[in-house]
Write a new protein. Sequence first.
Length: 445
Amino acid sequence: MSRSHPTLGVILTRRIAFFAVLAVVLQLAVIFSDYYWNVGELSRLFVEQETERLASGITIDGQGVQYRLPENLRQRYQERSTGYVARIRDAGGALVFESCDDACENRFLPADVNPPDFWLRSLRPGKPLALVGGRAFVVGNQRFVVDVATIDDPQNVVTSVFWKEVIEHMLVPMSILLVLVLGATLLSVRQALKPVRAAADAADNIDPMDANSHLNFDAMPREVAHLAIAVNRAFERVGELMTSQKVLTSGIAHEIRTPLAAIKLELANIDHPRARKAEADLDDLVRFVAELTTLARLDSFDHGMFETIDLVALSSSVVEQLAPWVYGQVHSLEFYPQVETVLVQGAPALLKDALRNLIENAVRHTPTGTDILVYVGSNTVRVEDRHRGGMRRETSASRCSDSLGIGLKIVRRIAELHRGSLRQSTSKLGHVFEITFGNPDPKHA
């Protein structure tokens, strides 16, 4: 699988993030339309935020009430004719700060009036804002009244008022909510995808040659479990096909062997050299049919038949069985175990067939008097043929293809089924065929 393909978690994260950002944009549009065109609400927010900024300069110490105009307000309230005026009084009406002349008194509440905690009056409807208002603050144990007014808002303070409201009451809460929801969603997705990842790992480990291999869907969500059940049904169907193929190949072998045996019996009653030649060809054909049937069965082999076997003991039994036949062909057969025991997972019948094929192949395609040696190592089985004359006899390509038969192909296929390989080479004395296994038991290797 290409690593360029995003994972399901990444896809969900992108989609959640996209819709979250879309929700923020839509919410921002709603707030903009609700606040920006609502002059009364903007005027209220203007007075609340501007008076709060002005009140932040009030300090009370042992010398009384001190006031210092904040840095961000000096450009608006230190100079006259800026379009902004302000006045701060204590509870007794004494001035703490004032940035206007006597004309301000016409717009602010009279000094002898006890002002409310908040008041606002619009001087002109619409925008730009033209308003006057005030707000009461308690600093220490003293009450102060901060009045502010603007004509046409020349510095466009209302924009900063609007964005502050958006940031404090929309972006910050929604960002926190977004982080929590996105984090919780991703965590939930990650937890929900655990069975999917487990199923993917299990699918990688499924052995197509083992009908008992299946996906465990007990802990999976329903949707994923349906997929796992479908995969298991597919493997069950494969197992059924493998079984039917075994039955078919067995039936074919039986149907072919019977007429071939009958033909051989008839040839035995004919006393003629051509009959003997036909019998030899018929034996090759019988052997070829048997090997072809064996190869077909290997294609439907089930790894569930594997068991723990000892290569040394298995090879020894094959050599013992074939020794009389090898000697009858005027060859010699020797067995050299290089280790005491080697345990591997495999099918004993298949491994015996593979070793038997290599030995029979060595006998049929070497000159009389050839020594055949069988070695068993930590994870290998090697069959060598050595010509006693000291010089290797040149053989044609038919040696590698095993004449009419396909014995070497069967051996190679058996090695592959056991996660191994067949290697063949030549030496000065003969040929070497070696089966290397990829799964020996480390405790006995």
